[in-house]
Design a protein around this ligand. Structure first.
Ligand code: MN
Length: 241
């Protein structure tokens, strides 16, 4: 017996590429007890997937945007139609930031930064410990939902900074390249840490991966456009459905 044919209700030529959820490179329970399995599963399969659903829905009517990687949509919001600009800012930001986050944390993470990054942290913060305190303090102090980042500025000779962004805004929107990050939305920690965000931030040092941060720091220098392209290509894939 033949399977029923499912008709695609959209007219020919409509948008078919979809931004996709990157799989986790480890199991949901791999980061226990620092990040519990239920939090990981909800965070990846429900929260991150939800941003993708919203992003794909927003882009459905705008096929001219289909070849833009999510990071470049985010960095060129002025070219996104006003009607979907806020939705794209929130959902492309949610997609890009979470895609980075799943790679920034891992089981058996490298506990210390490597050579050149280590030297730059000591140059700009005084010591690794001073940097960690700055990162924890900034993350704990951020009002509402957002992210805390170690970034490299595109100006000032590549100086390192700790910054926070609200919602799902991303450092490359302000010409800063992300090296290390943590999610301080309540959905990232509330099941296990309840309101103790500072405790979560401190505990996370054993799952934040300095090897990944070092790799990001030691990337070859490229133009802003190439950097976006590389970020999009490495992290984020679109595919037909
Ligand atoms: Mn999150």
């Amino acid at each position: 017996m033949n399977s029923p044919v499912i008709e695609d209700p959209r007219p020919a030529g409509t948008f078919r590429k979809r931004h996709q959820l990157p799989p986790l490179a480890y199991g949901y329970a791999a980061l226990e007890p620092i990040i519990d399995a239920r939090t990981m599963k909800l965070h990846h399969d429900v929260h991150h997937a939800g941003y993708l659903e919203k992003l794909n829905a927003a882009l459905e009517k705008f096929p001219e945007l289909r070849d833009s990687p999510a990071p470049s949509l985010l960095c060129n919001l002025d070219r996104v139609p006003e009607e979907i600009r806020t939705a794209v800012r929130n959902s492309a930001g949610g997609h890009v930031n979470h895609s980075l986050f799943w790679r920034a944390i891992r089981p058996n993470a490298a506990r210390e930064p490597g050579g050149a990054l280590r030297a730059a942290i000591i140059r700009d913060f005084g010591s690794i410990a001073a940097f960690k305190t700055r990162f924890e303090t900034a993350g704990a102090a951020l009002f509402g939902s957002g992210w805390v980042w170690l970034v490299q500025s595109r100006q000032d000779g590549g100086r390192l900074e700790v910054i926070t962004t609200s919602g799902h805004d991303h450092p490359m929107m302000q010409d800063r390249y992300p090296l290390l990050l943590n999610d301080v939305w309540e959905h990232a920690y509330y099941l296990h840490y309840e309101s103790r965000r500072a405790e979560y931030l401190k505990a996370c040092w054993s799952v934040l991966d300095w090897e990944e941060a070092t790799r990001r720091f030691e990337r070859p220098y490229t133009s802003q456009e190439e950097l976006w392209e590389a970020e999009g290509g490495q992290l984020l894939q679109t595919a037909g459905r």
